[in-house]
Structure formats: C-alpha cells, structure tokens
Ligand binder design. Sequence first.
Ligand code: HEC
Ligand code: HEC
Length: 351
Amino acid sequence: MKIPKNKRSEIDSMRYLARKITGLFLVLFGLLALLFLGLLTYRPPAIPLQDLTPVPETKPWHPRDINAAGVSASPLVRQGYLYLSESAAQMGPGAENPDMRFSGNNLSCTNCHLKGGTQAGSASWVGVSARFPQFGGRSNRIGTLEDRINGCMERSMNGRKLPAGSEAMRAMVAYMEWLGEDLPAEREAEYEGYPPIALPEAAVNLEAGKAVYLRECTVCHGADGQGIPKPGAGYLYPPLWGPDSYNDGAGMYRVITAAEFIRSNMPFGLASRDNPKLSDQEAFDVAGYVNSFDRPHKTGTEADYPDRTLKPVSTPYGPWADDFSAEAHKYGPFPPIIAYYKEKYQLVKNK
Ligand code: HEC
Ligand code: HEC
C-alpha cells in the first residue's frame, strides 16, 4: 500500500514527537534516580561530642517559698517558719505560755532577715546551715548555728537564749536547712551576709542622716522611729529605736553593719541588693542617725570579743585594742581605725 506523501510526513513528525517525549521522560527519570541515590547515600556531617551533652538547665533557680511549698515541707519546717516570722506571738511577749516568752521585744526575726530569710542581701538564711559550725570573734570560739541564733535572740530580739534541744530551736534550724537544700553552689555567695559599702572618709553626718530619714523612712517607721504595730502581736512596720527595738549589743547597732543592711534593703520594697536606692553615703549617715537614739541596754558586753583585736571597728562599746574614742567607734571616721589595725596588727578589717 502506498501512503500519500503528506500522510508520511505526518507520521514522521508524530514519531519525532514520541521520541522527544520518551527522551524527556528518560532525563527526568535519571534525575529522580540521582536524587534518590543522593538521599540514600547522604551522611550528615559529624557533630562534635561536646555538642551532644545535654544543654544545661536553663530554668532559673529561685529560693524556696514556704507558702508555696505546702505539705512538701515537713510540719517541723513549717513550724520553724512560724517562729521566725511570728516571733512575738510564738516565742516572745505575745506568747500565751509565759515559759515560751524568750524574745524580749515584739520584732520578728524576719523583720531583718527579709522574705522569710530568702532575700539576698539581708543576711539570708538560704545556705546558712552549711556555713556552721563557724568561728565567731564575739565569743572567740567555734559556734554552732544554734549559738548564732541565740546571738540574735539575746541582742536583736533583746531576749534570752533558747535551749539547744527545744522544739523552737529545732524547728528554726530545720527551716534554715530546708531553705538551703537545693541551693546551687554558684549562687551561695549571693545569699551570704550583706554586700559591703564603700566606707566614707569622714564620720557620720547626723544632720544629713536626719534629712535622709525624714525623706525616705518616716512614711513607714514614723518620725519618732516607733513604727506601726500589727493587730495581735508584732509589727507592720518595726520600730528602729526605743524600748521595743534591738539592744545596744546587737549587730544592727554597729553603724557599718546597719548601713550595709539599709543600703541593700531600705526603703522597703524599693531597694534591693542589686538595685539599692540610697547611696553608700546616705545609708551610712542614716544608719548613724537611727543608732543615735536610746535603746535597750545589753549587760555583759565588755566580755564580748575576748581577743579585742577581732572586734569590728564600728563596735560602739569597749574595751578596744586601740585608743580611738568611743565616739569614733560609734560614728567614725573609720579609715584611720582600719589603718591602725593594718599597721599595728597586720589585720585587714572592713567593718
Ligand atoms: C534587728 C535586726 C535583726 C533581727 C531582728 C534578727 N537578726 Fe539575725 N542577724 C542580724 C545581723 C545584723 C546579723 C549579722 C549579719 C552580718 O553581719 O552578715 C544577723 C545574723 C544572723 C545569722 C547568721 C547569718 C550568717 O549568714 O552567718 C542567723 C542564723 C540569724 N541572724 C538568725 C536570726 C534569728 C533566728 C532571729 C530571730 C530569733 C534573728 N536573726 C533576728 C540582725 C537581726
Ligand atoms: C515602705 C515602708 C518602709 C520604708 C519607706 C522604710 N522601711 Fe525599713 N522596714 C520596713 C519593713 C516592712 C520592715 C520589716 C521587713 C519585714 O518584716 O519584711 C523594715 C525593717 C527595717 C529595719 C530592720 C528592722 C528593725 O526594726 O530594726 C531597719 C533597720 C530599717 N527598716 C530601716 C529603715 C530606714 C533607715 C529607712 C529609710 C532609709 C527605711 N527603713 C524605710 C518598711 C519600710
């Protein structure tokens, strides 16, 4: 059979098209095959070993909160918190049982050791149990945590010692131990004591201290420094001087110690360890002003610091291992006293 010429060229072009399409498919298939092979043989680049170790805990650590802890804290720990935060009612003048009246004023321990003793920069109790037993210059011997608590009982609380094995003592210690249980080592320093202040060259300026007091403190502690009692027992705002305050043997009666506390913690709610409100100079002057008023007297303080060279320079009661006046030990100027101990005893003092 003879195919007409025009039909022949039609068939030819169809063949041509078919060849082209097959070719295209072949190329596509080839490419797919290559891709597949590539995927099959792909090995991700080796990750160095240290990148495989778990990422460190990023959740920030916060001190324990007894109010949030509920029953995860033992009854003894919760009782300890009560003694420390409701001291007047639990072991002070407000206690029903007269035998349980150990503290002599209506302060709570937590009036100075803020936020249940968890506030950094307020001589916090977070981690404190791990620092005891510890040498103490005031008694010149190694003392236990119980001894230290009794130091605050007899002076800051103007009271008497709690027996070492008493329920109140065991409970307070249990609370402090509980606070420190999960403290990361790298946070320990932050929770110890008070950050130091740069000591002014001159003595306290009482007039300047009074001005700071009237501007920054009276709103809560009152112009007369007597604070505001809480209904029942204790204080809404504690007194800073007068018969119901800490006594003249207390750490807070040393102007440098008080200045350090005030700078990191007062005015309450505004100042913090990392964000103080007052300058070092203002804290120093107002601390002197607060401590210029009368307060209960601690007897027997002449026996403190049997090694007199270990007495902090701002201890306002004698005897001292130097000839600086009582006035100078109370209000400064401190740099000359510090220089004296460095020169005479090779002792580096900062308070
Ligand atoms: C008027 C203020 C005040 C009150 C109230 C007070 N303390 Fe203190 N406390 C201090 C000062 C000041 C220090 C010494 C801080 C420093 O120099 O680092 C201290 C230190 C301590 C320490 C040692 C802290 C450490 O890191 O070494 C413990 C524990 C302690 N107090 C427990 C108590 C207990 C318990 C109470 C109640 C019974 C109490 N305090 C009441 C002011 C006070
Ligand atoms: C907004 C109120 C407020 C202001 C302002 C304030 N405080 Fe306080 N202050 C308190 C409270 C509340 C406490 C007790 C903290 C607690 O129990 O949590 C306290 C405790 C203290 C303490 C330790 C407890 C005691 O009785 O000795 C001292 C010292 C102190 N304040 C000094 C000052 C000084 C100085 C100023 C001014 C620079 C000042 N405060 C400003 C509310 C205030």
